[in-house]
Design a binder for this molecule. Structure first.
Ligand code: IVH
Length: 679
């Protein structure tokens, strides 16, 4: 059926709306409607287009995936070569970069734009009359590969530019990358399907973009930020209506035209501020949703850029200040097997010490038996180890070409290396069946019980726990509260003073909270968040202990597996005895304010970000109290943040809040907020 004007109007309206919501989502990072509403619009458009196929145009938001798999990529010659960047690894190198620039320009001051260096792959996007026509990889810089069909599937890349007034031909350059979360999900899926795993998000992004079948690319979580325009267009942009004279203005213009620009970008007056920016970004590297490998500094003024020009494929006006590498090559000296709190056996690679990102790494986790076998890590192998933020270092892969002769594959022991009990296996996890007789499990259980987020017993560390267990001073965690000075004095490095400190810390820990206590019990798969959810839902320990399966799975985030772990835990007589002994020893906590029936807590729907140091409580305590009132607490500021709570020495999160016009609360205001809502 041919579309009448009313249908055509509706189709156009839907396309506009969908493009607008894409812009809100990908460029402004501030979606206006829930996903379901967006999906509804897309479904309606698909439906209308199916009824009236003659209305379909390539730029319609329904036309991201189309066509057949290619046999090969064709070549695209770049109209302007795609250059690379010089690197700096130290402040000194950056300072001499700035000095060279000021000498060449004969000026005292140069303004820079600093941007995070995205760890993905470069892409060139050609727009004609606002419509995406060609997308090409960098290739050798002169010629790249035509990946248009694949790039069209990336939702963050607009098929149509927004508004009007853009040049007839516009080449946008930027980076395609995969978020850390997207990468983890992709690798999990690959493993489940028995397919090859990617070593890091950059390889995953590159592999996903170079698929001959766009339908595969479409399923990969790729994203995009732009960082420049094809050099030839600068001239065009400097004239006519745009009057562009700086890189920063270009980025603003691109954003207005619907191209996503990263938030880690700043216009800075001099190179000193660039170095400050570098440190700021380095400190929040791990919080960012995607990987970055440094910061790029660019001379802001386009005329100055032109004056500086290029040297051997690199601009003189820009430099990449790299972060310390997160990966390094080393050798496996041994593979040990560690026993965790729940008896799970974890193979650990003992490594020749190596510097990774400024820290010496000597151990790396190999996760479990199937991981070791899949990566085929053997004693004597040269391996790539990776350390990212607080995450335990891990072995990424083996360099097979360096494998010595006569190595043997890893075998998981059939007896626990600590207590010799039989090892059982559920799915990929091997477990020691010794539970309480296994000293390793007991030790880990004590460590967990005493840890910061659990009972927070200061000074009760691994060495002390080991001695207490080995000397038979404690069998269960309840025994901790029966210790006296005589039990402690005489242990290694334990004089009267330190013994008193431990006893005081134990005494102090008796005043606790229900979520902490629940978490401290070490129920399988009950972490901080689940403990909090259980406490909020049931309000008291007896209510949790007597809850049945159906009641447990009512709790947000509790599924059948966790529900069964909770039931099994409290069903065990010895656990009931330990809990009673702890209560008899004086452990107390206030009951919780129950989540009201309609699921509306006083602060539900609000998101807070905590930054800086608080005086009256720790950030963790503030977080727990906010969550108990139904608020979300996030690690990063966005336009959706309700308020940033700034303590002393608040840093980049505070400036981000100011930048985005997000409300800022001080500590007194936080306390007022908490007390006004608590029961
Ligand atoms: S500007 C003239 N800005 O780094 C070169 N590049 O090592 C213009 N990259 O090929 C590049 N983030 O793929 C620029 N914010 C950023 C970047 C960035 C990542 C990549 C880009 C380039 C490579 C050079």
């Amino acid at each position: 059926m041919k579309a009448d004007s009313k249908v055509l109007e509706r189709i156009n309206r839907l396309r506009e709306e969908i493009n607008y919501h894409n812009y809100r989502y990908y460029v402004l990072d501030d979606p206006e409607v829930p996903d379901a509403e967006y999906d509804r619009l897309l479904i309606e458009l698909r439906q209308l287009e199916a009824e009236h196929p003659e209305t379909i145009v390539p730029s319609s938001p329904t036309q991201r995936v189309g066509g057949m798999a290619n046999a090969a990529f064709s070549q695209v010659r770049h109209r302007q070569p795609m250059l690379s960047l010089g690197n700096a690894f130290s402040d000194e190198e950056v300072i001499s970069f700035d000095k060279r620039i000021r000498e060449r320009l004969q000026t005292d001051s140069v303004e820079y734009v600093a941007e995070a260096k995205l760890d993905g792959l470069a892409i060139s996007l050609q727009y004609e009359k606002g419509e995406l026509v060609v997308a090409a990889t960098r290739g050798d810089g002169e010629t790249g590969e035509d990946v248009t069909h694949n790039v069209r599937t990336i939702d963050a890349i607009p098929l149509l530019l927004r508004g009007s007034g853009f040049p007839n031909r516009l080449e946008v350059r930027g980076e395609i990358f995969m978020s850390k979360q997207g990468f983890a999900r992709l690798n999990k899926r690959q493993a489940e399907n028995g397919e090859k795993l990617f070593a890091n998000p950059r390889n995953a992004a590159a592999g996903s973009l170079r698929q001959l079948d766009p339908k595969i690319t479409a399923q990969r979580p790729l994203s995009f930020y732009c960082y420049s325009v094809g050099v030839a267009e600068y001239g065009e942009l400097s004239q006519g209506p745009y009057r562009i004279s700086s890189h920063y203005q270009i980025m603003q213009l691109l954003r207005d035209w619907g191209l996503p620009v990263q938030r880690e970008i700043a216009l800075l007056p001099d190179i000193r501020s660039c170095l400050d920016f570098y440190r700021q970004i380095l400190s929040k590297r791990d919080e960012l949703p995607h990987e970055i490998d440094g910061v790029v500094y660019k001379v802001n003024n386009l005329l100055q850029q032109q004056q500086l020009g290029y040297i051997s494929r690199e601009p003189r006006w820009a430099i990449a200040h790299k972060f310390p590498a997160q990966e390094a090559l080393t050798r496996v000296m041994a593979i040990d097997v560690q026993v965790g709190r729940t008896g799970a056996l974890t193979p650990v690679a003992r490594l020749e010490p190596v510097q990774v990102g400024g820290v010496t790494v000597t151990n790396a986790t190999l996760h479990n038996e199937s991981e070791v076998l899949r990566k085929d890590v053997r004693v004597g192998d040269s391996v790539i180890v990776r350390r990212a933020g607080d995450v335990i270092p891990e072995v990424v892969s083996v360099v097979l070409s360096k494998r010595p002769k006569d190595t043997t594959a890893f075998v998981m022991p059939s007896k626990c290396p600590v207590c010799q009990s039989t090892v059982t296996k559920e799915e990929t996890i091997s477990r020691c069946s010794g539970s309480l007789i296994c000293h390793a499990q007991r030790k880990e259980g004590f460590k967990h019980f005493a840890s910061r987020q659990a009972m927070d017993i200061e000074g009760l560390g691994e060495k002390l726990i080991e001695q207490l267990i080995e000397r038979g001073k404690v069998r269960t965690v309840a025994d901790l509260y029966r210790l006296d000075r005589d039990d402690l004095i005489g242990l290694e490095r334990m004089a009267e003073k330190s013994a008193d400190n431990i006893l005081a810390a134990l005494e102090k820990s008796k005043q606790t909270t229900l979520p902490r206590f629940l978490y401290a019990l070490g129920i399988r798969e009950v972490g901080v968040a689940t403990a909090l959810a259980l406490a909020k839902h049931f309000g008291s320990l007896p209510a949790i202990m007597s809850a049945d399966f159906d009641a447990l799975i009512e709790v947000p985030d509790v599924g059948p597996i966790v529900a069964n772990h909770v039931l099994d835990f409290f069903a065990e007589k010895r656990h009931q005895v330990i809990i009673q002994q702890l209560i008899d020893a004086g452990l107390t906590w206030p009951d919780m304010v129950l989540d009201s029936d309609d699921g509306e807590s006083p602060l539900s729907g609000n998101t807070y970000v905590l930054t800086g140091t608080l005086k009256s409580m720790t950030r963790e305590q503030a977080k727990q109290q906010l969550q108990a009132l139904g608020a979300k607490v996030s690690g990063s500021v966005s336009a959706k943040t309700t308020a940033v709570i700034a303590g002393d020495k608040a840093g980049s999160k505070l400036s981000k809040a100011e930048q985005l016009g997000v409300k800022v609360l001080n500590e007194a205001e936080l306390v007022a907020l908490l007390t006004s809502h608590s029961a």
